[in-house]
Write a new protein. Structure first.
Length: 357
């Protein structure tokens, strides 16, 4: 007898099973103390005691790669956005002083493409390796009719832990504390709807050479993965000098810095006190209405600063040295001040010149 099958409805169970088998070695490569279970169960298991924690608080975060995925689809490169997915979650967990422990991913796709999905998970596994967390599970959902042909979504969930007395931001933030900026790797994973709009208005081809990265296509250069700051910042925290961290994500510098400040303090930053990557001056410069103002740049993009670290003046150099030892490029970009009528954040020299680096 013959009858209607799930495959007739657009869902290929066999392809889904093939993907699970293909990604098992990728997940195994991310295992760490506390995560020893094999991929494929109904739930992922993690033992915080085996990871060395005594009295942990759990810190969790979830995020997506956003419309950077559309760029990846247009360019046909899918093995880097998984790093972005981990970075967006793990960097957020890190901000509260937590060590990322485990990660789960979600792929939603119209028709299962095993090779494409494996590339996505390979990127997730690489991101987990960089963040020191284990990929302990996930979901790949074939959803015909919900996603257009060729489209997909990628979402992540990260859980970390911090000893109860190590939670950030600390309660002793004070006027005069130094703000250190850590270099970003580029646009990271925020603001790509604006990036894509600027490209469309300027009539640019993603295959053409990137003026801000000669020898690389414009599309491939824009797909540079989000930097993961976990290992360097955890080492800096161990110096005892880190008072607060701030991940510069959606909302750019303007919206994110105030999130880690108490009501009585503000931040004073000097634009131009760090080297701005060329991609941002390229984005800001346009014609016929396709340019982006300096203020809009600062409230949309990281503008070259992917993570902010706050330390007391006496500790700032030791913290900066630790971060540099961990591979970061570090600049002192401002200080905390008593909050006044100007609000939680002031940025000096916020004009077009600072975007020229």
């Amino acid at each position: 007898m013959t009858g209607l099958t799930y495959r007739d409805a657009g869902v290929d169970i066999d392809a889904g099973e093939s993907l699970v088998e293909a990604i098992k070695p990728l997940a195994r490569a991310t295992m760490r103390p506390g995560a020893d279970a094999a991929l494929g169960g109904f739930g992922g298991v993690f033992d915080p005691r085996a990871a060395g924690f005594r009295d942990p608080l759990f810190v969790s975060g979830t995020d997506s790669v956003g419309t950077k995925l559309k760029l990846a689809i247009d360019v046909g490169v899918h093995d880097t956005v998984g790093i972005d997915c981990v970075a967006m979650c793990a960097n957020d967990v890190l901000v509260q002083g937590a060590e990322p422990l485990f990660f789960l991913d979600y792929i939603g796709i119209g028709q299962m493409d095993v090779e494409l999905a494996r590339d996505l998970v390979a990127g997730v596994a690489e991101g987990c390796h960089q963040a020191g967390c284990a990929l302990i599970g996930g979901e790949s959902a074939e959803l015909p009719g919900l996603y257009a042909p060729g489209d997909y979504d990628l979402v992540g969930f990260c859980c970390g832990a911090v000893e109860r007395d190590g939670l950030l931001p600390r309660g002793d933030l004070a006027a005069g504390d130094v703000i250190l900026g850590l270099a970003s790797s580029g646009v990271h994973s925020n603001g790509f709807s604006l990036v894509r709009k600027a490209i469309d208005l300027r009539g640019l081809d993603l295959a053409d050479d990137a003026p801000f990265q000669p020898g690389t296509s414009r599309g491939r250069a824009l797909l540079e993965p989000t930097r993961i700051y976990v290992r360097s910042c955890l080492a800096a925290i161990k110096t005892g000098g880190v008072k607060a961290l701030c991940h510069i994500t959606g909302g750019g510098l303007i919206e994110n810095v105030p999130r880690v400040l108490p009501d009585h303090l503000g931040a004073h930053i000097t634009a131009g006190s760090w080297q701005v990557p060329g991609v941002f001056s390229w984005l800001a410069t346009g014609h016929q209405g396709s340019g982006i103002t300096a203020h809009e740049m600062a409230r949309t993009f990281n503008c070259g600063i992917g993570m902010i670290v706050v330390a007391a003046q006496d500790d700032a150099e030791a913290v900066a040295a630790s971060l540099r030892d961990g591979g970061e490029t570090v600049w002192p970009i401002g200080e905390l001040v008593a909050r006044d009528a100007t609000g939680p954040l002031t940025i000096d020299k916020l004009d077009g010149d600072w975007l020229q680096g």
